[in-house]
Design a protein around this ligand. Structure first.
Ligand code: F6P
Length: 549
């Protein structure tokens, strides 16, 4: 195992101790205190880049703390790590792979070498193949077996082969063409049957997406869908209706998909970072190559910003450091992400895989167990819906939950009245979280409705909001393919920065393998004569399930 990144333990970084001390020093100061004490606060906490504003002023941090965090990034050799990633070094050491989703959206053709081979020509060739195929399907030139054009696309994949494409297709619904796009992911039979009920095989294109082409869920779904299709069409018709995206061209051929209908991906693209590769073909079909290209170039711009901007103005670096601050020095366990647009309602779910599969690790890059917190728990939903669901807990619960508020200045359909209401909620919530409501304000409110003093005394404790709840605000001009590309890339780089600082490998996912292996054994015990030994609880469930069929 060749180690490219350093393996300095996070808690042994020079600035770690300073940060621990600094947190103790400022822990009783509120965010409002920081505003009072720092007349220049907005100068360093308000960051503008392209069509993005990131404001991190509403956080429990002061200038000194922020500077210490910047030093921490230097202590962790972040700059070198960023360069190693962009240049194609095999920083995913446990899988001996480079990590090059950035090569898929690079804005130029500067060579990037992996094993002494420039990857860019292959990237461009696959993109051309993909774009030309998508154009044929969208224009109706690509015909189904009965001569009709395609009207419906079904993406069959799971994890990174589903979440990214599904999230982006939904996010870019405003830019969509006439093709309907559905997603089959779960191995649950009801899931794919619900979708198949609505489909006409003559006009449907199935896209089987699996980096490995060995994933149980995807292969089972693909086989069942193929059987359904063959009840109505001939084997010959498969080539008009099934395409595949994979690194495993042997398995795609075995499945009966020709090389012509297969779109390759490389092993240096992690599943959860793969929507920029041929895995994004459903996105490209849904919105067309021009919009898809804008998505890529938006991400490419964020890559340049991340690679070349000094850390104090570098959006992914700053957001990563703020998150490390709460995770490791304030013991916050989770982060909530609230996009103020329904188009991004699945963005938190998408980020759950990106963030938690990447940084949910407990072994350092030196192979030793680590004794500090790593990956944060990510959750969230769209605003304002989220306000009426879980905001109570953020405002008045006992837990410290740092939040990211993501909003867009302009709406897509131009309804200003609603947009003003949406944005007023977006801004009001971050202000309310920070300011809270004190006893005096509660009293004024209760006086104004004429409540008598005795009643006031009883109800007041419940109406007080302690405030001082931190948030980052990300305000973007408008939701476009390009700004979405930037936003996704922003979080991708945040993941990487945190992995470097925490001294973990962010690009493997061995933790998911155990469940896969156990499910295989249990399946054998459900389908045939049980042969594996299990604990009493598992055995009881097995016999219950066996006796129900
Ligand atoms: O959940 C584990 C995982 O390996 C993810 O990392 C990946 O995105 C998903 O399974 C699907 O894998 P594949 O694309 O190989 O089917």
């Amino acid at each position: 195992m060749q180690k490219i990144l350093n393996n300095k333990s996070f808690d042994e970084l020079k600035t770690w101790k300073d940060l621990v001390d600094h947190q103790k020093k400022i822990k009783d100061k509120s965010i409002l205190d920081h505003f009072k004490n720092e007349p220049e606060r907005m100068d360093y906490t308000w960051l503008e880049w392209d069509d993005f504003v990131v404001d991190f002023s509403k956080n429990r941090i002061d200038k000194k703390g922020f500077n210490l965090l910047l030093k921490l990034a230097d202590n962790a050799d972040l700059k070198t790590a960023i360069e190693s990633q962009f240049k194609g070094a095999k920083i995913n050491a446990t899988e001996n792979r480079a990590v090059l989703h950035t090569a898929l959206r690079t804005l130029d053709t500067t060579p990037i070498f992996v094993d002494e081979i420039d990857v860019i020509p292959k990237v461009k060739a696959t993109q051309e193949k993909m774009f030309s195929f998508c154009k044929k399907v969208i224009s109706g030139q690509w015909k189904g077996y009965s001569g009709k054009s395609i009207t419906h696309v079904v993406n069959i994949g799971i994890g990174g082969s589903d979440l990214g494409p599904a999230m982006v297709v939904e996010a870019l619904a405003h830019y969509k063409n006439h093709l309907d796009v559905s997603f089959i992911s779960n191995v649950e039979g009801d899931h794919h049957e619900e979708i198949l009920e609505e489909l006409n095989p003559e006009t449907t294109l199935f896209v089987i997406v699996s980096k490995t082409f060995t994933t149980q869920e995807t292969l089972s779904n693909a086989k069942s869908v193929r059987s359904w299709f063959l009840k109505q069409a001939s084997e010959k018709a498969i080539s008009n209706h099934f395409i595949a995206v994979s690194t495993n061209l042997e398995m795609t051929t075995d499945f009966g998909i020709s090389i012509e209908n297969t779109f390759p991906m490389e092993d240096w693209v992690g599943g959860r970072f793969s929507l920029w590769s041929a895995v994004g073909i459903s996105i490209c079909l849904a919105v067309g190559p021009d919009h898809y290209n804008n998505l890529l170039s938006g991400a490419g711009k964020m890559d340049l910003h991340f690679r070349y901007t000094s850390f104090e103005k570098n959006l992914p670096v700053v957001l990563a450091l703020i998150s490390v601050w709460y995770n490791n020095f304030w013991n916050a366990e989770s982060e909530v992400i609230i996009p103020y647009t329904q188009y991004l309602k699945n963005f938190p779910a998408y980020l759950q895989q990106g963030i938690m599969e990447s940084n949910g690790k407990s072994v350092g890059r030196d192979g030793k167990p680590i004794n500090y917190q790593t990956g944060t728990i990510i959750w969230g939903a769209s605003g304002t819906n989220a306000q009426h669901a879980f905001f109570q807990l953020i405002h008045q619960g006992t837990k410290l939950i740092p939040s990211d508020f993501i909003g867009f200045k302009k709406s897509l359909k131009g309804n200003k009245k609603h947009q003003f209401k949406l944005l007023s909620n977006f801004i009001a919530q971050t202000e309310a979280l920070m300011k809270g409501k004190n006893k005096l304000e509660v009293k004024e409110e209760l006086d104004s409705i004429g409540m008598d003093i005795n009643e006031q005394e009883k109800i007041t404790p419940f109406k007080i909001f302690e405030g001082n709840k931190p948030s980052n605000t990300i305000l973007i001009d408008k939701l476009t393919p390009s700004s979405l590309g930037k936003l996704i890339a922003l979080y991708e780089h945040k993941i990487f920065v945190q992995g470097v600082i925490w001294n973990i490998y962010s690009y493997d996912q061995w933790g998911v393998e155990l469940g896969k292996q156990l499910a295989g054994k249990i399946l054998k015990d459900i389908e045939g004569k049980p042969k594996y030994s299990h604990d009493p609880s598992t055995s009881k469930f097995l016999s219950l399930i066996r006796s129900s069929f």
